[in-house]
Design a protein around this ligand. Structure first.
Ligand SMILES: [Zn+2]
Length: 299
């Protein structure tokens, strides 16, 4: 089950905290998740969302117990008046559902006066109402609000690299690389990977040690040592595990696999990661990678 699934099941059982902060960079996903929680909380069939009258009212934005508070047109903030009207509603019994659900999107747009009013309600929550506060980052909310809520990170689901590769008709290795690029731009990661594969092929074909030194120097030149180490290790593993046809450079991948062997590539990936762990004690990254890559030598 993915995190939102767990969340929806918990909502369905009525076991959610009375105030949730849903945070994440994808604002549409936050809104969709909050509405899914509202459906799970109020569904007449007890599901996590279906076509029952309650769920379809939520879908159409007309459920009397589900209120979405947002920034009005030509305004920048959710006003204290908007919050006050919500608070007086929150004290009432729900019309038809077990609970009233208030979605504030985004919660960091609530005015200072609104926040003060809201805090009192969150301090003494009524059993029949629930608040969902949406925000890019919980840091944008007052600590006093955060401390009264349960924080839940909502991240877009990552499509398996195999699916991405098939859909976009790109090599599997490239799809995997894009997902493990860390702070690197995916394009930058691809260029780096092609350079590394070319150097490794040169080493595999001619035992050209300067190629390994170049790989180490290139990785050490990246701004983020963590990304350098994880990308290099991922490349070595993919060269060991993938069919050369699934890599970004099939003919070079074949040279590397035949010249060095899958097992040695995997061992080297491990050594690179170990070298990466030593970065915490200020080891020179270039030297650490050079040493790790020497695992590629025949014994
Ligand atoms: Zn339903």
């Amino acid at each position: 089950m993915t995190a939102p699934d767990v969340l929806l099941q918990t909502a369905r059982r009525g076991e959610l905290h009375h105030t949730l902060i849903l945070h994440g960079s994808d604002s549409r996903l936050l809104r969709a998740t909050s509405l899914a929680i509202a459906r799970a909380l109020t569904c007449l069939e007890g599901t996590t969302g279906d076509g029952c009258p309650s769920c379809s009212k939520i879908d159409r934005g007309i459920h009397p117990d589900v209120t979405v508070l947002e920034v009005g047109e030509q305004r920048k903030l959710i006003s204290v008046e908007q919050i006050r009207s919500v608070i007086s509603e929150a004290a009432l019994r729900p019309y038809e559902a077990r609970r009233r659900v208030f979605i504030i999107d985004p919660a960091d747009a609530v005015s200072a006066g609104g926040l003060n009013a809201l805090l009192k309600t969150l301090e003494e929550p009524s059993a029949s109402s629930m608040f969902l506060l949406l925000t890019r980052s919980p840091d944008r909310l007052l600590p006093t609000i955060r401390s009264r809520a349960q924080l839940i990170a909502i991240r877009p689901q990552v499509t398996p690299p195999g699916e991405v590769a098939a859909r976009e008709q790109i090599p599997l290795q490239l799809a995997r690389l894009r997902q493990s690029a860390g702070d690197l731009e995916p394009g930058e990661a691809e260029v780096l990977a092609r350079e590394i594969v070319a150097q490794l092929a040169s080493f595999a074909a001619r035992r050209d040690y300067s190629a390994l030194l170049s790989v180490a120097a290139r990785c050490a030149s990246l701004d983020s040592p963590v990304d350098a180490v994880s990308i290099l290790a991922a490349i070595l593993r993919d060269l060991a595990a993938l069919d050369p046809e699934e890599t970004i450079a099939p003919s070079e991948a074949r040279t590397i696999r035949e010249g060095l062997g899958a097992r040695r590539l995997l061992e080297t990936a491990e050594e690179v990661l170990k070298g990466g762990n030593r970065l915490l004690v200020n080891v020179d990254l270039r030297l650490a990678i050079e040493q790790a890559l020497l695992t590629l030598r025949a014994r």
